[in-house]
Design a protein around this ligand. Sequence first.
Ligand code: 0O2
Length: 250
Amino acid sequence: MKSDNVFGDGGIMKNLGINDPVQAEEILHMGYSFMKLMSYYNCAMMEVETKFNVLNEEFSLMWDREPIATVKTRLKNPISIRNKLVLKGYSFSSENIETYVNDIAGVRVVCSFLEDVYTVAEAFKKQDDITVLEEKDYIRFPKPNGYRSLHLIVSVPIFLQHEKRQMKVEIQIRTLAMDFWASLEHQLKYKKFDSEDIAMMTDLKYCADLSAELDAHMDDLRERVYSSAVDEEDVLRKNLAGMPVLKTEK
Ligand code: 0O2
C-alpha cells in the first residue's frame, strides 16, 4: 500500500493517529496478523470487563450499594506498542507483542472506597479461569511521586470458533480519589512538565498524600456506617424473598 493511500483522507494510519511513514510501514507490514491479534485482545478485554460488571451486580444486591463506580477499557495504540517494544530492544512482531508487552488490553476499575478495591480484586482473582501473572500493589507501596493503584496482569481464556486462546490483560483497580490524582498527574505529564522541578514534584506528592488521607477517612466512615448494618447475607436472603430489609441508620 502506498503512503498516499494510508495517510490520505480517511486513511487507516490517519485514523489511528500515525503520522510517521516508517512506523506506518512496519505496522502495515504486519497487516492482518496484527489486526487479528488486536481483535483477540479486544475479546479478552470484554471478558474481563464483563466479569467486573457481574461482580458489581452481585455486590450491589448484597450490600445495597455498588462498590465499582466505573469500568473503563482501552486497547494500546499501535505506535505506543511499537515504541514500547523498541524501548525494550525488540522488533515489532506479533510474537514479541504477546511475549513482551503486558498492557495491550487494559481495564481500569474505579471503586468507591479503599476496602472495595481489595474486596473486588480478591473476588476477581478467585475465579477459576483467571491466572494472575503479576501483581503490583502501589496502594500499600506507592510510587515515589505518590501514584497509587492496584495493578494485576492476568491471563484470561477467549473461546474462538476452533480454539481456546489465553490472552493477557492489565487491570488497574483504584479508588475515585486515586483516579482523580492519576488523571490530573497524567494530564500534567502530557504537557511535559519538568520532572526535575523539585517544587512541582513536592506539590504533586503533597496532593497524592491528601488523596490518601481522604481515602482513609472515607473508608473509616464506610466502616462506621456499615458495621451497624444488618448482616449482609440476611439482606440478600430478604431481598430474594421479597421481604423488607432493615437499612442502616445513617
Ligand atoms: P498508559 O497510557 O496508561 O498505557 P510495564 O507496562 O510493566 O512495562 P511499568 O512502568 O513497569 O511498565 O508498569 P506499571 O508501573 O505497572 O505502570 C503501568 C501503567 O500504570 C502505566 O501505563 C500507567 O497507566 C499507570 N501508571 C504507572 N505509574 C504512573 C504514574 O506515576 N502516574 C500515572 N498517572 N499513571 C501511572 P503506561 O504505559 O505508562 O501509560
